[in-house]
Design a protein around this ligand. Sequence first.
Ligand SMILES: Cc1cc2nc3c(=O)[nH]c(=O)nc-3n(C[C@H](O)[C@H](O)[C@H](O)COP(=O)(O)OP(=O)(O)OC[C@H]3O[C@@H](n4cnc5c(N)ncnc54)[C@H](O)[C@@H]3O)c2cc1C
Length: 479
Amino acid sequence: MTDDLGKLFAHAHGTRAAVIGGGVAGLIAAREFAKVGMTVTVLEASGRLGGAIRAGEVDGIPLDLGAESFATRGGHVRTLIDELGLADAVVEPNRAGAWIAGLPGGKAAPLPKGGILGIPANPFADDVRRVIGWGGAWRAYLDRLRPPLTIGHERSLGRLVRSRLGSAVLDRLVAPVTSGVYSARPDDIDPDIAAPGLNAALTRAGSLTGAVAELSAPREGRAPGSAVLGLDGGMGRLVDALAAALRAQGVELRTGFPVDAIERTADGWRILSAEESADADVVVVATEEGPARRLLAPHVESLAAEPAVPGPVVHVVTLVLAAPSLDAAPRGTGVLTVPGSFRAKALTHATAKWGWIAERAGSGRHVVRVSFGSQGEPPVTDGMSDEQIAALAVEEASAMLGVPLTRSRLRGFAIERYAQSQPAATIGLREATERTRTAIRAVPALGAVGAWLAGTGLAQVVPDARDEADRVRRGALFG
Ligand SMILES: Cc1cc2nc3c(=O)[nH]c(=O)nc-3n(C[C@H](O)[C@H](O)[C@H](O)COP(=O)(O)OP(=O)(O)OC[C@H]3O[C@@H](n4cnc5c(N)ncnc54)[C@H](O)[C@@H]3O)c2cc1C
């Protein structure tokens, strides 16, 4: 134990910490409190821990039904995995990459290599031209000729790309990436957050494609290889290992405890559900944005003044198909779509992407994840029965993969529904989140963690929850 943790440990004995929400953010916060000897309870509404890391089994294959990978950025998730003894389970995805479908004439093509947020460095490169055509390439080339005078600090990614490179690049390269990866339209995205350094490079290089070329060039010290990794057996193993480590530290993990309210008491907090209550000295709210705001609002006045804009609702349909025609991975590891061309938003061919899934599925059996819904566009699957959703997902998978597939090929399916917060790169959101954070931090012995504050993705959520829990425990122990 470091001296610093030792000091905290000396003060922590007997301090009760309650964490509301047992997703990864809540589990990480609980771990920080347990490290210094606090008495910790995690209260999770559903019957299982992990939140958006959701392990399941379809047709006998253990699978991730939610988050399936982690970004290597920052190294925080990797460190956590190593600490939990899962280093040997880390696996790389297949590097074949995804395709873009819904191009004119119903065509599909591989997503060009390199580039940033779909913006190419060279519009005439063969793989780029295959997507945007000669007309699109010549229009994009104007970017190199346009006077640098018009280059400024453009706040909307959509406006920036449209004005410099034209609509073919915007609609066929950038929009599929932002919609598939961030569930957001390019017009709503702040390039400074989604692609830090792009604006500055634009000013230096004098063109957007030049800026992308500069930023994506191999640099000394930058590790080559994949930006995301996974775990053999699924990301659910991370939750299991975290939960086991917490139990070993004496943390109480309670599921089926939906918290309705938190109230101030003379010496701390009371956490209330319909049937029971718990007392604590410090509370961290680690739920999704909606419930977090409801729980925090009575104690953080300014929250009501800035109500949340609802984020995307995403339905993920995991299909297991008996389909030897997919053995050849006709669309690499998956498909992003030109918005408006399909009813689904994106598809992951999981047996093509992850060797461990292919191994468990065996020859001729395939796992395909089809997702519906994006920011501002409720999923078309809303209100449908499970059978209808599965049938639609097979139809969409067939069209997106360019392979005839019928319902008779379906061996099993799972449907998971997720309400996400607005993408962190949404214009203006960073400032609003900072104001929210400042207001929450002003309340003693209270904290909030999770993707709605940290940004979506384990690489954001994990270090943020750790730092925020550290701030709360220091505040509680040293005042
Ligand atoms: C479909 C999908 C795929 C994703 N894929 C990836 C990926 O591949 N890589 C990646 O890095 N990230 C991915 N993400 C994002 C990542 O999973 C999330 O950012 C992260 O898991 C969020 O963790 P969290 O703890 O903040 O919230 P959550 O995981 O949402 O956890 C919140 C928890 O709070 C509980 N809760 C809610 N209300 C209450 C209440 N009143 N009382 C008690 N408990 C309550 C919920 O039941 C839930 O368990 C994906 C997300 C989704 C939806």
